[in-house]
Design a protein around this ligand. Structure first.
Ligand code: ATP
Ligand code: MG
Length: 495
């Protein structure tokens, strides 16, 4: 054993090296806790958006910093947070576990599994809120994201990295359009995230079963914040879904599709929280920053540059309107943030036309450059045909002697409306869409009675597949119709 050094110098050295390992926590206490909101005294240096910890492993999120108090939303078991409980800073912002293990799973916005498939082993943690990629980090939208619906892929094409709003009244087929788009990604390598905000549990259960039946659940993550969950989790859900898609886009360089169903309920949840925090209400009682709420979410959709791996996030937010009023506050906000909208109309839906897309005011501002040439070739006149039809149809009801041209336009319009109908969960491949639209827009099938169009479509595509499978794959590969191909196609349809 070494001799102890009791010399003056030795002791001095010991004093200089002396160090106790200490940390200090900034702590405060709860003044008031009600409705999932806690007012806290203390925490002088806490930051906005920081997580704070309450006893029993309960966490909260800092929303308001006021002169003498901090206001937090409690994430879980908020009734367990009592007046006088201690509160600690965590110095962390909120994050979510991510990884391949999430595929095929249903989780809540905190990351807890909601299905019976056991614990999820995360590969990493991603911040829930994050800056969107800058201009240099992006590239233009060029690759299509097919929905499988003829009317959407031809008239309002969506590109990978685009934000396209699905908007319409209750029960007009918004969710169905979004879910069928996920189903159509089965063989495209696109991974999907579906965020359910404020929906009934039964709806989500049905939808999970639907995805599983079509064998796409394994490529999908579902984030569920049902109507019965606290407003704060409904508020967080889309950011969490976005962070999960961001992980696959950035780390795995994958193409992703994320659906926010719906942002009207999201805005309402945020309004609840804000009113409980006594923030001043503005238009329609929403707080002033509700625009920023959605813009910072949707800006995170992107097509990344090749240097960053070229992954993408396509966002399909859904907004519910009242009585087709797209000029209400939330609809106008989200319309101005997105790159276009698909407007589903109740009158069209009730008229038996599904999907109930209003061709007049549905647009896609960037998807056109992602559309394949063949589709542009066959759908060029479609929008005009449909618009002229709608206009003339109205006044043709009052007059009996129509000129030939008008009669022709009406007949073609009726045919196209019939041809664009499509049942749910029946996505159609690109080449098939091109073939059938070619027949319609070039007026080659005008003799077929309207009630037999669906039957014709089935027979036509089956016959084509049987006899001209090579031509069909040529269209799919080339993505364009050349004159030789067109001549063959014409001859076949005539027959
Ligand atoms: P909500 O406002 O309740 O969320 P929604 O707008 O999401 O409704 P959906 O739930 O998608 O509407 O559809 C309403 C009903 O219409 C459903 O029963 C659905 O099966 C049916 N439907 C939607 N699209 C089609 C379609 N293309 N073909 C046949 N049925 C459809
Ligand atoms: Mg819905």
């Amino acid at each position: 054993m070494a001799m102890k050094d009791f010399s003056i110098e030795g002791i001095q050295q010991k004093i200089e090296r002396f160090d106790i390992d200490t940390t200090s926590d900034e702590a405060g206490y709860v003044i008031e806790s009600a409705d999932g909101i806690a007012r806290v005294h203390g925490l002088p240096h806490v930051e906005n958006g920081e997580m704070v910890e309450f006893p029993n492993n309960i966490f909260g999120l800092v929303f308001n910093l006021e002169k003498d108090e901090v206001i937090c939303a409690i994430l879980e078991r908020h009734t367990a947070v009592r007046e006088g409980s201690w509160v600690k800073r965590t110095r962390r912002v909120m994050d979510i576990g991510v990884g391949d293990a999430l595929l095929g799973r249903v989780i809540d916005p905190i990351g807890n599994p909601l299905d019976e498939k056991g614990v999820i082993h995360f590969a990493a943690h991603y911040p829930v809120e994050r800056m969107s990629p800058g201009v240099i980090d992006r590239q233009p939208v060029r690759v299509p994201l097919q929905t499988g619906y003829k009317i959407v892929d031809s008239l309002v094409p969506i590109g990978r990295g685009q934000r396209e709003l699905i908007i319409g009244d209750r029960q007009t087929g918004k969710t169905t359009l979004a879910i069928d788009t996920i189903i159509n990604q089965k063989n495209t390598g696109v991974l999907s995230v579906y965020v359910a905000i404020g929906q009934k549990q039964a709806t989500v259960v049905k939808l999970v079963a639907e995805l599983s039946r079509h064998n796409v659940l394994a490529n999908t993550v579902i984030v569920n914040a049902p109507a019965s969950s606290p407003a704060i989790t409904q508020y967080l859900a889309p950011y969490v879904g976005c962070a999960i898609a961001e992980y696959f886009m950035c780390e795995k360089k994958r193409d992703t599709l994320v659906i926010y169903d719906d942002l009207s309920k999201h805005a309402a949840a945020y309004r609840n929280i804000s009113l409980l925090m006594r923030r001043p209400p503005g238009r329609e009682a929403f707080p002033g920053d509700v625009f920023y709420l959605h813009s910072r979410l949707l800006e995170r959709a992107a097509k990344l540059s090749n240097e960053l791996g070229g992954g993408s996030m396509t966002a399909l937010p859904i907004v519910e309107t009242q009585e087709n009023d797209i000029s209400a506050y939330i609809p106008t906000n989200v319309i101005s943030i997105t790159d276009g909208q698909i407007f589903l109309e109740a009158d069209i839906f009730n008229g038996g036309i599904r999907p109930a897309v209003n061709a007049g005011i549905s647009v896609s501002r960037v998807g056109g450059s992602a559309q394949k040439k063949a589709m542009r070739q066959v759908s060029g006149t479609l929008r005009i045909d449909l618009a002229q039809f709608r206009e003339k149809e109205a006044f043709s009801m009052f007059s009996s002697d129509l000129d030939e041209e008008t009669k022709m336009q009406l007949a073609k319009g009726r045919l196209m409306v019939e041809l664009l109908k499509q049942n749910k969960a029946c996505p159609m491949e690109f080449a098939d869409q091109v073939l059938i639209l070619y027949a319609g827009t070039h007026g080659l099938i005008m003799e077929i009675p309207l009630e037999r169009i669906a039957e014709f479509e089935k027979g036509f595509l089956a016959a084509f597949e049987k006899r001209y499978a090579s031509m069909r794959s040529e269209i799919a590969e080339k993505g364009a119709l050349d004159t030789a191909l067109e001549a063959k196609l014409r001859a076949f349809i005539k027959k």
